[in-house]
Design a binder for this molecule. Structure first.
Ligand SMILES: [Fe+2]
Length: 198
Protein backbone atom coordinates (compact mmCIF):
# COMPACT_ATOMS: atom_id res chain seq x y z
CA UNK A 1 0.00 0.00 0.00
CA UNK A 2 1.33 3.46 -0.87
CA UNK A 3 1.67 6.13 1.82
CA UNK A 4 -1.06 8.21 0.15
CA UNK A 5 -3.45 5.27 0.07
CA UNK A 6 -2.73 4.48 3.72
CA UNK A 7 -3.49 8.08 4.71
CA UNK A 8 -6.72 8.08 2.67
CA UNK A 9 -7.89 4.85 4.29
CA UNK A 10 -6.87 6.06 7.75
CA UNK A 11 -8.96 9.21 7.23
CA UNK A 12 -11.96 6.98 6.44
CA UNK A 13 -11.22 4.90 9.55
CA UNK A 14 -11.37 8.06 11.70
CA UNK A 15 -15.12 8.15 11.06
CA UNK A 16 -15.63 4.69 12.64
CA UNK A 17 -17.25 4.36 16.07
CA UNK A 18 -13.88 3.33 17.51
CA UNK A 19 -11.21 5.01 15.39
CA UNK A 20 -8.23 3.52 17.25
CA UNK A 21 -9.51 -0.03 16.74
CA UNK A 22 -10.34 0.72 13.15
CA UNK A 23 -6.88 2.20 12.45
CA UNK A 24 -5.42 -0.82 14.29
CA UNK A 25 -7.19 -3.15 11.84
CA UNK A 26 -5.99 -1.07 8.88
CA UNK A 27 -2.37 -1.16 10.06
CA UNK A 28 -2.60 -4.90 10.77
CA UNK A 29 -3.73 -5.39 7.18
CA UNK A 30 -1.02 -3.01 5.88
CA UNK A 31 1.91 -4.76 7.54
CA UNK A 32 0.60 -8.21 6.55
CA UNK A 33 0.30 -7.26 2.89
CA UNK A 34 4.00 -7.13 1.94
CA UNK A 35 7.41 -8.20 3.25
CA UNK A 36 9.24 -5.44 5.20
CA UNK A 37 11.53 -4.13 2.42
CA UNK A 38 8.67 -4.01 -0.05
CA UNK A 39 6.39 -2.32 2.47
CA UNK A 40 9.02 0.40 3.11
CA UNK A 41 9.34 1.05 -0.63
CA UNK A 42 5.59 1.27 -1.09
CA UNK A 43 5.04 3.54 1.91
CA UNK A 44 8.02 5.87 1.63
CA UNK A 45 9.18 5.66 -1.97
CA UNK A 46 12.24 3.81 -3.23
CA UNK A 47 14.79 6.53 -2.48
CA UNK A 48 13.83 7.06 1.17
CA UNK A 49 13.44 3.33 1.75
CA UNK A 50 16.90 2.60 0.34
CA UNK A 51 18.48 5.24 2.58
CA UNK A 52 16.91 3.45 5.56
CA UNK A 53 18.11 0.03 4.43
CA UNK A 54 21.66 1.39 4.13
CA UNK A 55 22.02 3.44 7.31
CA UNK A 56 19.30 2.67 9.83
CA UNK A 57 19.54 5.80 11.98
CA UNK A 58 16.74 7.13 14.16
CA UNK A 59 14.16 8.69 11.89
CA UNK A 60 10.55 9.75 11.68
CA UNK A 61 9.22 10.02 8.14
CA UNK A 62 5.89 11.89 8.19
CA UNK A 63 3.04 10.55 6.08
CA UNK A 64 0.42 12.97 7.44
CA UNK A 65 0.56 15.83 9.94
CA UNK A 66 -2.93 17.21 10.57
CA UNK A 67 -5.03 18.31 13.59
CA UNK A 68 -6.96 15.02 13.79
CA UNK A 69 -4.44 12.52 12.43
CA UNK A 70 -0.67 12.06 12.47
CA UNK A 71 1.02 9.08 10.85
CA UNK A 72 4.76 8.59 10.58
CA UNK A 73 7.19 5.81 9.80
CA UNK A 74 9.68 5.26 12.63
CA UNK A 75 13.14 3.71 12.45
CA UNK A 76 14.73 2.83 15.79
CA UNK A 77 18.42 1.85 15.61
CA UNK A 78 19.82 -0.78 17.99
CA UNK A 79 20.13 0.67 21.51
CA UNK A 80 17.45 3.32 20.91
CA UNK A 81 15.61 4.40 24.06
CA UNK A 82 13.44 7.36 24.98
CA UNK A 83 11.96 8.94 28.12
CA UNK A 84 8.41 8.43 29.42
CA UNK A 85 5.87 10.56 27.55
CA UNK A 86 2.16 10.79 26.84
CA UNK A 87 0.24 11.35 23.58
CA UNK A 88 -3.05 12.98 24.79
CA UNK A 89 -4.99 10.80 22.32
CA UNK A 90 -5.16 7.18 21.19
CA UNK A 91 -2.04 5.77 19.58
CA UNK A 92 -1.54 2.80 17.27
CA UNK A 93 1.93 1.37 16.64
CA UNK A 94 2.41 -1.32 13.98
CA UNK A 95 5.86 -2.90 14.26
CA UNK A 96 6.62 -4.64 10.98
CA UNK A 97 10.33 -5.46 11.38
CA UNK A 98 12.33 -5.96 14.58
CA UNK A 99 10.75 -4.99 17.87
CA UNK A 100 9.76 -2.10 20.12
CA UNK A 101 9.84 -2.79 23.86
CA UNK A 102 7.31 -0.66 25.75
CA UNK A 103 7.29 0.17 29.43
CA UNK A 104 3.95 1.56 30.58
CA UNK A 105 3.84 3.94 33.55
CA UNK A 106 1.12 4.99 35.98
CA UNK A 107 0.73 8.12 38.03
CA UNK A 108 0.73 7.22 41.72
CA UNK A 109 0.29 10.25 44.00
CA UNK A 110 2.91 12.63 42.64
CA UNK A 111 5.18 9.92 41.26
CA UNK A 112 5.42 8.00 38.01
CA UNK A 113 5.75 4.23 38.44
CA UNK A 114 6.58 1.57 35.80
CA UNK A 115 3.54 -0.67 35.82
CA UNK A 116 3.76 -3.05 32.85
CA UNK A 117 5.93 -3.91 29.88
CA UNK A 118 5.25 -5.20 26.41
CA UNK A 119 7.71 -6.42 23.83
CA UNK A 120 6.03 -5.75 20.50
CA UNK A 121 7.76 -8.11 18.07
CA UNK A 122 6.95 -7.81 14.37
CA UNK A 123 4.37 -8.29 13.04
CA UNK A 124 2.53 -6.71 15.96
CA UNK A 125 0.02 -3.87 16.36
CA UNK A 126 -0.30 -2.14 19.74
CA UNK A 127 -3.31 0.10 20.45
CA UNK A 128 -2.87 2.58 23.30
CA UNK A 129 -5.52 4.54 25.18
CA UNK A 130 -5.67 8.33 25.49
CA UNK A 131 -4.18 8.25 29.00
CA UNK A 132 -1.23 5.96 28.20
CA UNK A 133 2.20 7.02 29.45
CA UNK A 134 5.06 4.96 28.06
CA UNK A 135 8.69 4.84 26.95
CA UNK A 136 10.15 2.65 24.23
CA UNK A 137 13.46 1.00 23.42
CA UNK A 138 15.04 -1.31 20.89
CA UNK A 139 17.07 -4.03 22.61
CA UNK A 140 17.83 -5.98 19.44
CA UNK A 141 21.14 -5.69 17.54
CA UNK A 142 19.07 -4.84 14.43
CA UNK A 143 16.92 -1.77 13.68
CA UNK A 144 13.18 -1.76 14.24
CA UNK A 145 10.69 -0.34 11.75
CA UNK A 146 7.11 0.65 12.55
CA UNK A 147 4.18 2.79 11.50
CA UNK A 148 2.90 5.12 14.26
CA UNK A 149 -0.57 6.71 14.15
CA UNK A 150 -2.16 9.22 16.55
CA UNK A 151 -5.57 10.91 16.73
CA UNK A 152 -4.17 14.43 17.04
CA UNK A 153 -1.42 16.78 15.82
CA UNK A 154 1.22 14.68 17.58
CA UNK A 155 4.09 17.14 16.99
CA UNK A 156 2.17 20.32 17.80
CA UNK A 157 -0.18 19.69 20.76
CA UNK A 158 0.78 20.29 24.39
CA UNK A 159 1.96 17.01 25.94
CA UNK A 160 4.06 15.83 28.87
CA UNK A 161 7.44 14.18 29.19
CA UNK A 162 9.08 12.82 32.32
CA UNK A 163 12.78 13.24 33.06
CA UNK A 164 14.43 9.83 32.54
CA UNK A 165 16.09 9.83 35.98
CA UNK A 166 13.99 11.99 38.30
CA UNK A 167 10.71 11.05 36.52
CA UNK A 168 9.58 14.64 37.09
CA UNK A 169 6.79 15.73 34.74
CA UNK A 170 7.58 18.59 32.35
CA UNK A 171 5.86 20.14 29.34
CA UNK A 172 7.02 18.27 26.26
CA UNK A 173 9.78 20.02 24.38
CA UNK A 174 10.90 18.16 21.24
CA UNK A 175 14.50 19.39 21.43
CA UNK A 176 14.95 18.50 25.10
CA UNK A 177 13.19 15.15 24.62
CA UNK A 178 15.52 14.29 21.72
CA UNK A 179 18.57 15.40 23.73
CA UNK A 180 17.51 13.16 26.65
CA UNK A 181 17.17 10.27 24.24
CA UNK A 182 20.63 10.85 22.68
CA UNK A 183 22.15 11.02 26.16
CA UNK A 184 20.41 7.81 27.31
CA UNK A 185 21.56 5.99 24.15
CA UNK A 186 25.15 7.23 24.60
CA UNK A 187 25.17 5.95 28.18
CA UNK A 188 23.57 2.63 27.24
CA UNK A 189 20.54 3.23 29.47
CA UNK A 190 17.88 0.52 29.44
CA UNK A 191 14.28 0.88 30.56
CA UNK A 192 13.28 -0.80 33.84
CA UNK A 193 12.50 -4.50 34.04
CA UNK A 194 9.85 -3.75 36.64
CA UNK A 195 6.24 -4.21 35.67
CA UNK A 196 4.03 -7.08 34.67
CA UNK A 197 4.53 -8.33 31.10
CA UNK A 198 1.47 -7.63 28.93
FE1 LIG B 1 4.91 7.19 22.41
Amino acid sequence: MSGDMLVRRARDALRAAEPAQSIGALLRETIAAAPPRELRRALLGVEAAERMDGTPRFGQHLLVDSPELTIFHATLPPGFVNAPHDHRTWAVVAVYEGEERNVFYERRDDALVPEASLVATAPRVVVMRDDTIHAIENRLPTPSYAIHAYGNAHFHVARSMWHPETLREEPRDEKIFAAWSRDMIARGVRLPEAGTPR
